[in-house]
Design a protein around this ligand. Structure first.
Ligand SMILES: [Zn+2]
Ligand SMILES: [Zn+2]
Length: 383
């Protein structure tokens, strides 16, 4: 009897020893991040694998992802409070691309890593004026065509207009500020004739696939499960499926390839058939052919890529970039001139772009900057 009791005690002691050794090998950590309302959200070591799975861009997790999950859209300045109570303040734009959190809970700015207790976040002033989101587009299309919003969508409707045809034109990479500047420079005379753009936000990370999934499902990346550019399959119903459930037809006119996998719509890939370096002329021709030769579907989605491509290749200050914007502006006019009365046109972008710090100053996007996160949404009923 005594022997059994001793064995039991020994067993418990060994289990306790192993547990404490394991804890010593992977210490737990926690990090408090300020939310927009001034309260704090706590991230802990046990959250790390989920964060890493959502963020496949680097081995570590982009620190921005935690700001986004804390409720921030635009970040201006951050202040780290270290464990020895010292304070470090940074302008987010200067460090964002190289700032991550590692599995030990350390904040790494380039190669230098520190343990922080908390991070205070200062947002950009304009945040208060953003009342519209890329997630509002799918519910708006559904309501205009008289069907319920896609299951799981969180957006709101942006117009009371009801119609038989919705045409949505995605101008890839044409952020809100870029459109405003282009308008002042006289590059967008046709778009200027439409209703003024609503100031809207896209989702994090502001990249095509993640934004496309948020647009088509009307839901956050964390809900539709397309949280990084390596992911292609939305886990929620899209506007295309919602329409198909009510026997409504959709056509998506794309460039070289689909950014995310789409079902329940006819897909027209345009490609750069003439090899002139842009797919926009091919997308336009494809669109005009459909508008001239076929009955207009209930929902027509048209994706022009050229502005984003020119920004990456030449930078935002290059004449080639301005030319890509001018091309799309007149392409929009050509499309509008073929649309029947009583249709609803929606023009929007998936994200913006900023000039990188590289010597070539080429265009980039993917951060919680106003240039990347703010997008225009134009709602234009055609009477
Ligand atoms: Zn894009
Ligand atoms: Zn891009």
């Amino acid at each position: 009897m005594k022997l059994i009791k001793n064995t039991k005690v020994m067993f418990i002691a060994v289990v306790l020893l192993i547990t404490s050794l394991l804890n010593a090998c992977s210490p737990t950590w926690s990090l408090s991040i300020e939310k927009p309302d001034g309260s704090f959200i706590v991230f802990q070591s046990q959250d790390y694998n989920d964060l890493l799975a959502a963020d496949t861009i680097t081995d570590n997790v982009a620190l921005e992802r935690l700001f986004w999950l804390a409720g921030h859209t635009l970040v201006d300045q951050i202040t780290l409070k270290l464990q020895d109570q010292t304070i470090q303040t940074y302008t987010w734009k200067e460090i964002a691309p190289n700032t991550t959190i590692d599995s030990q809970g350390q904040i790494c700015i380039s190669d230098s890593c520190v343990h922080a207790q908390s991070i205070s976040v200062k947002a950009i002033e304009v945040t208060d004026q953003i009342s519209v989101s890329i997630m509002d587009i799918a519910p708006t299309i559904a309501s205009a065509l008289g069907i319920p919003a896609p299951n799981g969508s969180q957006g709101k409707t942006l117009t009371d207009v009801t119609t038989n045809h919705v045409i949505a034109i995605l101008l890839d990479g044409l952020g809100y500020q870029i459109l405003s500047d282009s308008s002042l420079r006289g590059l967008t005379p046709e778009i200027d004739k439409l209703n003024p753009p609503l100031l809207a936000s896209t989702v994090y990370p502001p990249v095509t696939r993640v934004a496309m999934a948020a647009f088509s499902t009307g839901a956050l990346p964390e809900e539709n499960k397309v949280t990084a550019t390596s992911m292609r399959n939305p886990a929620l119903e899209t506007i295309f499926t919602a329409l198909a459930n009510f026997e409504k037809q959709s056509i998506a006119i794309e460039g070289e390839s689909l950014p995310i996998n789409l079902i329940d719509c006819r897909i027209e890939l345009s490609g750069d058939r003439d090899g002139n370096g842009s797919t926009d002329d091919n997308v336009l021709n494809n669109t005009l052919n459909i508008l001239e030769q076929e009955p207009l579907p209930d929902f027509l989605f048209i994706h022009f890529h050229g502005i984003d491509d020119a920004g990456h290749t030449y930078g935002l200050d290059a004449p080639e970039y301005a030319a890509a914007i001018q091309y799309v502006d007149q392409a929009v006019w050509q499309v509008i001139s073929k649309l029947p009365q009583n249709s609803l046109l929606i023009i929007f972008s998936d994200h913006g772009m900023h000039n990188s710090n590289s010597p070539a100053k080429l265009g980039e996007h993917g951060h919680l900057y106003s240039e990347d996160m703010l997008i225009p949404i134009i709602i234009y009923p055609i009477h």
